[in-house]
Design a protein around this ligand. Structure first.
Ligand code: GLU
Length: 452
């Protein structure tokens, strides 16, 4: 193993969706490509919103996708470590108490903005004397704690965004500990990244603004800042944020809809990169092809249609053995004479394996009577010459050739009325295969039904 170590750090306050799982995937692909380690860190410092069910859900989703982890830990088990870091920062004079209420902070913000100044915290807390603090506490106020930024420029070379520079005097000193003693995400993340030897922090672009402060905290705690890679966020096909649609784009929902894990991984790995978006055979291949250099700066457009298209490409190549488990489920209750033959027939016409269930209903269930007034004589001729006995792949050709000779019809006029009468659909799988699956009795009954 190399010394590359990355982490994926979800908060267990919801299920994974295409947005946050993309971060997991990119971390995983990079770690595998470098023969490094992938750690699952559960960011559960928010004890009220985090649940064991969501955590289990996240583990299930990652496992389903094949994103296995080498190590895993909970932030909620590590408060002692964060307390130590707090003590060390206080000792260095880098963590100071502030007493403003949210309303007071908001007022300060508005005043700064109205004077045309950036709404940066004025460090009033830093200038409080011990007496003033004692007085505030005697009034019942509890402090929250801010990290004192250096005021210098923080620079790093982001593996996706290139050279980055944040003027730390232009941002507010970040709050690390709330009034009730609970931790915001910033400090625990740095403490853990140091202790677990994280070499690369790979996450969404929404965290770029945290990076300046976090790099300073790394240094303040005696660590070295890891390399950083901030990937553009996903947007919808319309260019808008995905937040409203994330429920239906959860990994759980997509899996229930029959989307294959490797289709999701292929799309999310290639989206917004210089590679083509296409089905790749496995996570291993995706990791061999992975490089931060390929990731573009523009928001990556996530279109559900692309996912369905990729999934149908994948499914249309799937062997019966690969499809069997989901197919058996889709075929429950259907009188399918030969599931393997059925699969080979319909797989080019479905975007998920479960959609094969619709074709099972179409082929083996009841279909609506077709209204084909123009074709009545033709359908009667078709019924008259319908072959009898066992059907095979030649039956359709023999039958339609005979009909062609008899009626003079050809092309669409020859085939479409038969397709409509036999399946109730204007498009679908090859008719020579459909006819084998229908068999004589069903074909006959359907033709009779279409003859009014
Ligand atoms: N829990 C944080 C999040 O989900 C982790 C951010 C990070 O990777 O540093 O946004």
């Amino acid at each position: 193993m190399s010394d590359i170590i990355v982490r994926f750090a979800p908060s267990p306050t919801g299920r994974l969706h295409v947005g946050n799982v993309r971060t997991a995937l990119i971390n995983w692909l990079f770690a595998k490509a470098q023969n490094g380690k992938f750690i699952l860190r559960i960011d559960d410092t928010d004890l009220e919103r985090s649940t064991a069910e969501y955590e289990q859900g996240i583990r299930d989703d990652l496992t389903w996708l094949g994103l296995t982890w080498d190590d895993s830990f909970h932030q909620s088990k590590r408060f002692g470590k964060y307390d130590e870091a707090v003590a060390s920062l206080k000792e260095k004079g880098l963590l100071y108490a502030c007493y403003e209420t949210p309303d007071e902070l908001e007022r300060k913000r508005k005043i700064a903005l109205s004077r045309g100044r950036p709404p940066v915290y004025d460090r009033a807390g830093l200038n409080l004397s011990d007496d003033e603090k004692a007085k505030l506490e005697a009034e019942g106020r509890k402090p929250h704690w801010r990290f004192k930024l250096s005021g210098n420029r923080v620079e790093w070379t982001d593996l996706v965004r290139g050279p980055q520079s944040i003027d730390s005097s232009s941002v507010s000193d970040p709050i690390l500990v709330r009034e009730d003693g609970s931790y915001l995400y910033t400090l625990p993340s740095v403490v853990d990244d140091i202790e677990y030897g994280i070499t690369h922090v790979v996450r969404g672009e929404d965290h770029v603004t945290n990076s300046g402060a976090q790099i300073e905290i790394f240094l303040a705690l005696g660590g070295t800042a890891p390399q950083m890679a901030h990937t553009p966020l996903l947007v919808g096909a319309d260019g808008q944020g995905l937040s409203k649609r994330l429920g239906s784009l959860s990994i759980l929902e997509l899996s229930k809809r029959g989307i294959e894990p490797v289709a999701i991984a292929s799309l999310l790995a290639k989206l917004g990169t210089s590679d083509n978006v296409e089905i790749r055979p496995s996570l291993e291949v995706l990791s061999e092809e992975f490089s931060f250099d390929k990731i573009g700066r523009a928001p990556a457009r996530f279109d559900e249609e692309d996912l369905l298209k990729l999934n149908s490409n994948l499914v249309s190549e799937m062997s019966y053995a690969e499809a069997k488990a989901a197919l058996d489920h889709a075929l429950e209750g259907a009188e399918c004479p030969d599931p393997e033959f059925f699969w080979e027939t319909v797989k080019g016409n479905v975007s998920t394996v479960s959609e094969a269930g619709m074709w099972a209903k179409t082929l083996f269930g009841e279909i609506e009577a077709q209204d084909l007034p123009e074709d009545q004589d033709y359908l009667k001729a078709a019924l008259g010459s319908l072959p009898s006995g066992e059907y095979d792949l030649e039956t359709w050709g023999a039958w339609t050739n005979a009909l062609k000779a008899e009626t003079g019809r050809k092309g669409r006029g020859l085939f479409m009325p038969l397709r409509l009468a036999l399946t109730g659909e204007g498009r679908g799988p090859e008719m020579n295969r459909v006819l084998v699956l229908l068999g004589e009795a069903r074909a006959k009954a359907r033709l009779e039904k279409a003859i009014s």
